[in-house]
Design a protein around this ligand. Sequence first.
Ligand code: DGY
Length: 315
Amino acid sequence: MSPCPVMTDPLPQSFVDLLGDQVELHPWTTDPESDTLRRCRGIICYSHPAVDGPLLDAMPELRVVSNHGVGVDHIDVAAAVSRGIPVGNTPGCLDASTADMTLALLLAAARNVRIGDRYARSPEFVHYDPSILIGHEVTGSTLGIVGLGRIGREVARRAAAFNMRLLYHNRRPDPEAEAALGVEYCSLEELLRQSDFVSLNCPLTEETTGLISGPQLKLMRSSALLINMARGPVVDHAALVEALTSGTIAGAALDVTDPEPLPRDHPLLSLENVLITPHLGSASDRTRRRMMEMTAENLQAGLSGRALPWQVMTN
Ligand code: DGY
């Protein structure tokens, strides 16, 4: 059988090897005249290029969209489903690594790890000085989790080991999670008022776009840190710059931004009280391997007309 043409974002060689010789990979294009769009039967994507109605309409042979990751905000799932094209993603396998990274950013921002590293390498570090870089104590503080889904729950489990008081906000309370994890439900406003650390772990939807904007930032404590592991557009970046420069909040740690990457002259990049990482939430060896396997399984199922093992459902 000849290999099946599949359009893809750039893939690491280990992923290309995993897919084997049953697929023929074509680089991403949106040119409606291209042979790629006319012939490809599958799409592998993982983030930014939009998969929308016009792209789907330009791909008459398309049988499946397989997303390497759990977030599908870049895919118009309803448009795909209405055209009979299933969309797959990789839920579950990245919860632990994304929660690990949430705690890594929280701890690093709270305890000045980035600034401390730079100082320790610099000629200015000539002796131990107990008066510098005093951070926020994490143990025993209050963490507010916005979005207590699979990843948010893993964050709560880890934070419990730091004896943190755990608040959460979801569309509705989750009594089971409260019993299992010792988390307390509150309104977004109350969570923002009471938390020392606010961790965004929700998906990007219409409801969560701009969820943290000027009025919400003003509710936060002036000593509080905001951690965004969700998606950039959950936070209004102009309002965030204003809050960080005026001292409305103490700092932020961002694994995702809007846009991503930020333009090199973006004001956030020059602020000392911001820690930024390049969308590393799921970037651990075991997790990335499992994401590749699940993406490949979804792709192969869709190409051969079988139900996808991990299919995204529309609401
Ligand atoms: C996800 O799975 O959505 C992560 O953000 C990686 O893209």
